[in-house]
Design a protein around this ligand. Structure first.
Ligand SMILES: [Zn+2]
Length: 512
């Protein structure tokens, strides 16, 4: 025994991280179903002496024993809980139907023979002295003698109906003799009947291999921290408590899994909730007291280690290539699957973050909107950003050539006497175009609204000889990358390719 005990200590630190086996409740009557049978009752008073009725002594003792057994974890079934008549067959039926583990019948004696006194306990005469019922009877008898201080009349056998017909091991105690003055004085004393009840508890404990002990009344385990239904993120200070100083152990469980043993005190644990999924987690504190009784308390903790997600939407006049053509309104929507969004912050163009969900980005150029949301636990989203490009200004455009009033004589060699504004051959239409923000995308050359050529800037060739004779609207249209446009118009006249024709056309147009 001693060697085994020392070995056990050596391994204590190793097994401390392993959940105890399920039979660790062996230190109490937890799980046991005990049928208590108060003899007689109702019309049947049983024995009597000095005005004391057996049925009353039996019932009071049984009710006291019931309380003690239940406090030690047992489930108790009473064959009668009132001053009422119950037949022996009914008593047996109640115990058998409850599938009780043990049956204990409580009686008191009388013989009318004067000097008889003392305590005796019976088991069924059909059983051996090595039977479980005999063992139970012996344990009860020994504890009764010790606590009542009565004379030992021994463990006996009898073919009593209840002992015979109950399907579980059973014993029948006779507490003492009501018609004996000494025994009667004891059984008339509530304090002594409490001792008789304790003896029944102790006897059952002894019978089940448990050191006899008073039940620890009101053994309560609680979770002091965090509060039930609390929200939690990151590391959470968890604390358990029991209303007794002496504990075998205390431990924390999350969702039924043992996470930490906190024996000895302090019964505290820093719970890293981030290693558990978001959502409702059951935090349990379990403890076992010095007599092997267990208690536990559960709370629900709502774990949320996830920040909100913010989605931006930007609205405004959209141009080409992702550019906006004017002010842009930005709106932020934040969603949080856990405790909820506390606030959304934003900043335009590098300013300091400030609470808000709406912003206007205005003015030509590149803009940035930075934002993030934080939930009510302080889980902050990483800084998000969206870029917005605005160009609301059309390009600058200058038509450099041809000059106003230019005539075109397609393919004609320059002749002496013609005005300098008459151009021969292929004409170059030259423009200057510029755009400060998105840049020039293209310049289009149009004649009477029809596209004739395209370029970026500089000079575009125009074969005017392909056009019909007469005046035409020559236009250049510059587009910036954002899609803004600027245009300029010039009237040109195409003329016949002979000197005569040129002169005639010039006459027709009047002096240049
Ligand atoms: Zn009786």
């Amino acid at each position: 025994m001693r060697a085994a005990f020392v070995l056990g200590l050596a391994f204590a630190s190793i097994i401390a991280s392993i959940p105890l086996p399920a039979d660790a409740d062996a230190g109490s009557l937890t799980g046991k179903v005990i049928a208590l049978d108060a003899g007689h009752g109702g019309a049947d008073s049983g024995a009597s002496g000095f005005g004391l009725l057996e049925k009353d002594v039996n019932l009071d003792t049984v009710l006291r024993a019931r309380d003690l057994l239940e406090q030690d974890g047992a489930t108790v079934v009473l064959t009668r809980g009132c001053d009422c008549t119950v037949t022996l067959a009914e008593r047996v039926a109640i115990a058998n139907a409850a599938l009780a583990d043990r049956f204990v019948s409580v009686h008191a004696n009388a013989c009318g023979c004067g000097p008889a006194n003392g305590t005796e306990t019976y088991y069924w005469s059909g059983l051996a002295a090595t039977s479980t019922s005999a063992h139970l009877a012996g344990a009860l008898q020994g504890q009764l003698l010790q606590l009542l201080g009565t004379r030992d009349r021994g463990v006996k056998t009898a073919d009593l109906y209840t002992l015979h017909h109950t399907s579980m091991s059973a014993a029948h105690v006779e507490l003492g003799f009501l018609d004996n003055a000494t025994d009667n004085a004891k059984l008339a004393d509530p304090a002594m009947r409490q001792q008789a009840a304790r003896a029944i508890l102790f006897g059952l404990q002894e019978h089940f291999g448990i050191a006899p002990h008073d039940p620890v009344v009101g053994f309560a385990v609680s979770v002091l921290q965090p509060a039930d239904q609390a929200w939690a993120k990151g590391n959470v200070a968890a604390r358990g408590a029991a209303n007794q100083a002496s504990l075998h152990w205390m431990r924390f469980l999350v969702d039924g899994s043992v996470e930490r043993w906190v024996t000895p005190a302090p019964h505290a644990w820093t719970w890293d909730t981030a290693s558990f999924a978001d959502g409702a987690r059951v935090l349990r504190v379990e403890a076992e007291n010095a007599t092997g009784v267990r208690g536990s308390s559960d709370i629900t903790v709502n774990v949320d280690n996830t920040p909100p997600v913010t989605t931006p939407s930007v609205t405004g006049a959209r141009g080409a290539n992702g550019w906006f053509l004017g002010d842009v309104n930005a709106h932020l929507e934040a969603m949080d699957a856990g405790i909820g969004v506390a606030q959304t912050e934003l900043a335009v163009d590098g300013a300091t973050l400030a609470p808000g969900v709406d912003a206007t980005l205005g003015g030509d150029g590149m803009h940035s909107l930075a934002f993030r949301s934080t939930d009510q636990l302080g889980n902050a989203e990483a800084l998000q950003g969206v870029d917005v490009a605005i160009d609301s200004t059309p390009p600058g455009l200058a038509l450099l050539q041809p000059a106003e009033g230019t005539l075109y004589a397609g393919g004609l060699a320059l002749l002496p006497g013609l005005p300098a504004t008459v151009v021969a051959g292929e004409m170059a239409v030259c423009v200057d175009a510029w755009d400060a923000t998105s840049g020039i995308d293209r310049v289009e050359l149009r004649v009477d609204g029809a596209l004739r050529g395209m370029g970026i800037a500089g000079c575009l060739p125009w074969r005017a000889g392909d056009e019909a004779l007469g005046p035409h609207d020559l236009s250049v249209v510059a587009f910036d990358v954002a899609g803004n446009a600027a245009e300029q118009h010039q009237q040109v006249v195409t003329v016949p390719t002979t000197t005569t024709g040129v002169m005639a056309t010039l006459d027709g147009l009047g002096p240049p």
